[in-house]
Unconditional design. Structure first.
Length: 104
């Protein structure tokens, strides 16, 4: 462990709270959290603090949040492609990509 990793680890420890939520609980709350964020609603700081703390500390859950937020914003703007359109684009990309080459 290098010095930067060690200090990051210490920051994570000091950022812990008495009442934290785990990844499974966050995953259950995430759709409602994103919906309220998109709608500009207010759940109250007490409810949001534990979600925000977890997202700040867990990169996997933060990535899930970012993806869900992106989809929710596209849907709110009416720019979310239909499932059939997305599937067709995916199939087109996979058919034109040589086997063994990752699709980005």
């Amino acid at each position: 462990m290098n010095r930067e990793q060690f200090f990051n680890w210490l920051e994570q420890i000091y950022a812990t709270r008495e009442m934290e939520i785990d990844c499974a609980r966050l995953q259950a709350l995430l759709p409602a959290y994103v919906d309220f964020e998109i709608a500009g609603g207010d759940l109250g700081e007490a409810h949001l603090a534990s979600v925000r703390a977890h997202l700040a500390q867990c990169s996997a859950c933060h990535d899930e949040y970012e993806g869900l937020l992106t989809v929710a914003r596209l849907e709110a703007q009416g720019r979310l492609p239909q499932a059939e359109e997305s599937l067709a684009q995916f199939e087109e990309k996979t058919e034109s990509t040589p086997e063994g080459v990752p699709v980005h």
